[in-house]
Unconditional design. Structure first.
Length: 119
């Protein structure tokens, strides 16, 4: 996904959550190394806090979303410009939405933020 996005201002947050019975610990170097990009920040969420915020009572995984630059998480989880899962089924729509959000910004602000919850 990221090799097609050259904008240095894009920010990507990868959140790892335990989903499978083998997910006892934070992901190792092999898993984290699947997203080798300086724009990426990776987090381990063992209590599914992000899943709870996005979809109350359900684990969210293999999920991707695009949020506008500068979005803040307040009392409610912010609405995404695009969100979908599983990634393999929504990847083309995701790329179209990401393409549509890029380009010059009048305010000179940062590019969109992507959030993914890998499987």
């Amino acid at each position: 996904m990221l090799r097609d996005v050259h904008d240095p201002n894009v920010r990507v947050f990868v959140v790892w959550e335990p989903v499978l019975v083998t997910d006892w610990h934070a992901p190792g170097a092999g898993a984290v190394g699947r997203v080798p990009d300086a724009r990426v920040r990776q987090f381990w969420d063992p209590r599914h806090a992000l899943s709870q915020a996005i979809r109350r009572g359900r684990v969210v995984w293999d999920f991707v979303a695009i949020y506008p630059a500068g979005v803040r998480w307040g009392d409610k989880f912010p609405a995404a410009q695009f969100a979908g899962a599983p990634v393999v089924r929504v990847i083309d729509d995701f790329r179209r939405h990401l393409s549509a959000t890029r380009g010059p910004r009048a305010d000179g602000g940062a590019r969109p933020t992507l959030v993914t919850l890998p499987r």
